[in-house]
Design a binder for this molecule. Structure first.
Ligand code: EPU
Length: 302
């Protein structure tokens, strides 16, 4: 989708929007998959409600793109523009046991920043790729740790009200890879309440998690992490592995040799390739176990 109308482009610029025309989503996603669209970087929180009104009035559909690490985007010219928060020098501060962090911050960067301020508890999240906003939306988790329980307050733009609002952590539901946020809520900033732990101790925990991750996940390949959720009490990775599907592929979309719930882009996989692989593996698991796997990765079809 292109914003070709000059008056709209000028109004957006006046609202602090930096418009990059025709950006390849292959460059903005960890899978290296996705078509092309205009990218709008929202430089000022306060103008977001006005920007959203402007886009709606002009019939310009949009999607919020965070770190791009848990999304599978359609091929070709996309039918929506991508909205993005600026990622350079995101705000991070600490006061007592409370860390205040911009949603655009890198999740691992936030864990490290908090650790340096002797605030821990999130060691398990260290290698989870993506932004703090994406982690909040999905309630990212690993090695027994999820971000949800640490959330004290979230500042967000709510499409339902067209306003910037504050939600208390207690008023948000955080479940396994699912939250009560609406799909069109845009995370802006979060306050986390964290336990005081000496830096050295946190660092030791971080090293253990990093090691576990390195030994079991294909970190040097293009992926979106686990492609499916784990059904209650079951491991999707193990089920796919036991069906001998490691290395199984559609085009360059390939089941990782290292972890069977990671589907990697081994070259120039398209979204269509990845979707075909997802369907194929889902059918095979269903045939063998009677379980309908649910994708963990967010799929943005045109
Ligand atoms: N396993 C296999 N073969 C495989 C992969 C796993 O037999 O190819 C076995 C393992 O040996 C282990 C069990 O399955 O006994 C579980 O595997 P693992 O410890 O790797 O955990 P997982 O359930 O596959 C979950 C999360 C990961 C997270 C890890 C570590 C989901 C869908 N996945 O994976 O999160 O990093 O635990 O806590 O919840 C993600 O969210 O994208 C993600 C990768």
């Amino acid at each position: 989708m292109r914003i070709s109308d000059q008056p709209i482009a000028a109004k957006l610029a006046a609202l602090g929007v930096e418009l990059s025309p025709g950006v390849a989503m292959t460059e903005k996603t960890s899978l290296g998959i996705g078509g092309t669209t205009d990218l709008l970087v929202l430089r000022k929180f306060q103008t977001i409600p006005e920007i959203m009104r402007l886009l709606a009035a002009d019939g310009i559909p949009h999607r919020f793109l965070g770190g791009g690490s848990n999304v599978l985007i359609d091929d070709g010219e996309l039918s929506w523009v991508a909205l993005h928060l600026p990622t350079s020098k995101p705000g991070m501060s600490v006061e007592g046991n409370t860390a205040t962090v911009d949603a655009a911050a890198d999740l691992g960067g936030m864990v490290t920043f908090c650790a340096k301020n002797d605030l821990g508890g999130m060691e398990g999240l260290i290698g989870v790729p993506g932004s703090v906003g994406g982690a909040l939306r999905m309630n990212a988790g690993a090695y027994g740790t999820q971000i949800g329980p640490f959330v004290k307050e979230v500042q967000l733009y709510r499409a339902a009200t067209g306003q910037i609002e504050f939600l208390r952590g207690d008023d948000i539901r955080f479940d396994y890879r699912h939250t009560s946020f609406a799909p069109d809520d845009l995370m802006l900033r979060v306050k986390l309440e964290l336990p005081s732990i000496p830096f050295k101790e946190i660092l030791a925990g971080i090293k253990i998690c990093n090691e576990k991750r390195r030994s079991s996940q294909p970190l040097n390949q293009k992926s979106a992490g686990c492609i499916f959720k784990n059904p209650p009490g079951r491991s999707t990775g193990r089920m796919i592995d036991e069906l001998h599907l490691k290395g199984h592929h559609v085009g360059d979309a390939t089941v990782s040799d290292r972890h069977a719930n990671f589907f990697v882009n081994a070259g120039s996989a398209s979204c269509a390739d990845m979707l075909a692989l997802i369907d194929d593996v889902r059918e095979k698991v269903h045939a063998a176990h009677g379980i309908e796997l649910e994708t963990e990765v967010i799929i943005w079809k045109n």
